[in-house]
Design a protein around this ligand. Structure first.
Ligand code: ARG
Length: 473
């Protein structure tokens, strides 16, 4: 076993006890940070050279060595011989490999730096990229909903509150409802990225450094706007990671709602959605089955980011103000949330891109459930009837239609309606029937034809620009 090069003050290191060596290590989880670690180290080395703490020759040896290491890891992955669990983590493995290659120049790399500011910086860079990636995947999902919305723009369907028939809508408008929710996840991830404007690097272990470092230079090189605001806080908070994981949970929550909706829609009882065969599975016993397993998994997988958020919050709670080793547990949760949500977004996009509403099945029972009752109540308002009164009148008309076993308000005659309210006139029939009602909505963002038209145009332009150039507003 390699001896830890940083434990000179003690008679032995944790490598002396195999369990302790494994217990303290995070290599399995954090090796995926190697690119960010190397990028951070190169920025740090350039800064050290810039302020005269290392020579140009040192810098050259460090840069060449680190780039070689990066290429080796890229090629060999887990088989890279530099991965030594007794060195604990990615940071120490990369540095040890560099020292093997570059000797004293490699030994100078860690000047004015601690793993505390190093890992905080690496993770922040990783989270920033992950947030941008998920943002892109959310944009693709939103675009898939918009495309589906346009394909199904003219399908008139019931909307449900309490999962009971409420009012008629155009199907495209429901697609855009999901688009709206995932767009708010995009907005939130964008805020997360904007919030990561200051770099932890230069904070050292907790108190900064007495050497003439230039943390503004490293910040700029790594794409941050500012150096650390406070070396204590910046080495020991994981707030950006928490923000990001929370962003993952709301994505997962929205995905699970949509999955549940479509599981119901894909059932024989509803039959509103036809899922592509690729996204259903059969049963080992029942030959006829087309189970919506992908949707069920999308619903179930929300548990992973939810668990990650709770784990991360719990890990951070009660920590004293500087770095504590507890913080090492952060990455497994951040990565788990990201891996899970990334897969889910890809899967969701495929399902949405290959699905359509089944207009024939929806039409079969579209005229049941008095979807136009509210429209009739609003019609009476236009004739001067106070809304509370019109609500009661329509309630009586609904009962009348059902008692007469006609089940539709438009099947009552003008006289039968006028018997309940003499404000009803011939034009009432223009306000009845789901097809008429969806043409009548006129409020901003409505779920009918006019609202759909206005919204779909907005979405098309809003989904175009990538993050960072997009003004969310
Ligand atoms: N692998 C560690 C982490 O992820 C590095 C920090 C260790 N720092 C220390 N002071 N022992 O947090």
């Amino acid at each position: 076993m390699a001896q830890k090069p940083w434990e000179h003050a003690k008679s032995s290191g944790s490598e002396a006890d195999p369990l302790a060596a494994r217990f303290v290590a995070s290599l399995d989880v954090d090796k995926r940070l190697y690119k960010h670690d190397i990028r951070g180290s190169i920025a740090h080395a350039r800064m050290l050279e810039g302020v005269g703490l290392i020579t140009a020759a040192d810098l050259k040896a460090i840069e060449v060595g680190l780039k070689e290491i990066e290429a080796e890891i890229e090629r060999q992955g887990d088989a890279w011989p530099g991965w030594k669990v007794e060195l604990e983590d990615v940071h120490m493995c990369v540095e040890a490999a560099l020292i093997e290659k570059a000797g004293d120049a490699g030994r100078k790399l860690h000047t004015g730096r601690s793993r505390n500011d190093q890992v905080a910086t690496d993770l922040m860079m990783w989270v920033r990229e992950a947030a941008q990636e998920l943002y892109g995947l959310l944009t693709e999902l939103c675009s898939a909903y918009v495309a589906m919305a346009e394909r199904n723009a003219d399908v008139v369907m019931p909307a449900y509150t309490h999962l009971q028939r409420a009012q008629p809508i155009v199907a495209g408008s429901e697609c855009l409802a999901w688009c709206c929710m995932f767009d708010s996840d995009r907005w939130y991830l964008h805020q997360c990225v904007l919030h990561m404007f200051a770099s932890p690097l230069g904070s050292g272990a907790i108190a900064g450094s007495s050497l003439p470092l230039d943390p503004t230079a490293t910040a700029t090189a790594l794409g941050f706007e500012q150096p650390p605001w406070n070396s204590i806080a910046f080495t020991a908070t994981r707030d950006s990671a928490l923000d990001f994981v929370y962003g993952c949970t709301t994505i997962a929550m929205h995905l699970s709602r949509w999955a549940e909706q479509w599981i119901i829609y894909a059932s024989e009882e509803f039959g509103f959605i036809q899922l592509d065969d690729a996204f259903t599975t059969g049963s080992s016993m029942m030959p006829q089955k087309r189970n919506p397993d992908m949707l069920e998994l999308l619903r179930g997988k929300a548990s992973t980011p939810y668990g990650a958020l709770m784990a991360l919050l719990t890990m951070c709670k009660g920590l004293t103000v500087g770095y504590n080793r507890d913080l090492q547990e952060d990455k497994r949760h951040v990565f788990a949330a990201y891996d899970c949500v990334k897969d889910c977004l890809l899967m969701a996009t495929r399902i949405v891109s290959t699905s359509d509403f089944r207009e024939d099945r929806i039409a079969e029972r579209l005229h049941r459930g008095h979807l136009d009752a509210t429209s009739l109540a609003e019609y009476l308002v236009t004739k001067g009837v106070p809304f509370r009164t019109s609500h009661q009148i329509v309630g009586r008309l609904v009962r009348k239609a059902d008692d007469l076993e006609r089940f539709e308000l438009r099947k009552l005659s003008l006289e039968e309606m006028r018997a309940e309210c003499d404000a009803v006139e011939e034009d009432v029939f223009e306000w009845l029937g789901p097809e008429n009602v969806v043409q009548r909505y006129r409020t901003a963002g409505n779920a009918g034809a006019s609202g759909f038209k206005e919204q779909v145009g907005k979405w098309k332009s809003r989904l175009e620009p990538p993050m960072n150039t997009d003004g969310h507003g």
